[in-house]
Design a protein around this ligand. Structure first.
Ligand SMILES: [Mg+2]
Length: 222
């Protein structure tokens, strides 16, 4: 199990700028949860004769030339991801039902979107895109594992806390930093979701916003 990680100063200042309330809190990722990510990345890769090697939950070591070409280096994967976001982030499509589910949950819960955008890259574009979809919640730009940011968001609040993210790394990090959080592993792409092995700290694996909303609704009715 990883050690708890500290919150980055630039993330803490974004958290301090939020309005503080005592409402229960949902901390929700964006890519592959609210916005389609893998399907758009696959289209980007296909246009460059690249493919996923396996529908397995990692990018580094998992992208290669489509005709048996070599596996891309970590640097090449990073470069492609940056180019992909520059090219696609203004037109990423919503995962079906995300807007309605979050709107319903927002009656009882405070919602904060925590997305990994190193250096806050493309944050205003992303906020505009989400708000235009009827998803007007605050966007916090993080980089690296999310546990520190999630613990800082929870500090001084009574809970309950729900963390929604696709990434196994982020879920391990949150389990280390805020073990009381309810952890939902949401992966929109069915192929990648099926390849996951559910870890003990994950309360629900899903790719369905109706199921997610019903599950979270049940937390306050316990
Ligand atoms: Mg994600």
């Amino acid at each position: 199990m990883p050690e708890p990680t500290p919150v980055l100063p630039e993330v803490l200042s974004q958290i301090r700028a939020l309005q503080r309330t005592q409402r229960p809190l949902i901390i929700c990722d964006v890519d592959e949860v609210i916005l389609q990510f893998i399907s758009h990345l696959e289209t980007y890769l296909q246009a460059r004769d690249l493919v996923f090697v396996k529908y397995e939950y990692r990018l580094t070591g998992n992208i290669a030339g489509s005709n048996g070409g070599p596996v891309l280096s970590a640097d090449d994967v990073r470069r492609h991801l940056r180019d992909f976001f520059d090219e696609a982030c203004h037109m990423q499509e919503m995962v079906p039902g995300a807007d309605a589910a979050l709107r319903g949950l927002a009656r009882d819960w405070e919602i904060v979107l925590l997305t990994n955008l190193p250096g806050g890259h493309n944050k205003p574009l992303r906020e505009t895109l989400l708000a235009g979809m009827g998803i007007p919640y605050p966007v916090l730009a993080n980089s690296g594992p999310k546990g520190g940011a999630v613990a800082a968001l929870a500090a001084g609040r009574p809970g309950p806390f729900v963390f929604i993210d696709d990434s196994p790394t982020n879920h391990s990090s949150v389990h280390a930093s805020l073990p009381s959080a309810t952890q939902i592993q949401f992966v929109a792409d069915a192929r990648f979701r099926r390849s996951l092995r559910q870890e003990a700290h994950i309360d629900l694996v899903t790719g369905d916003w109706q199921e997610t909303a019903a599950f979270i609704g049940g937390i306050l009715n316990r």
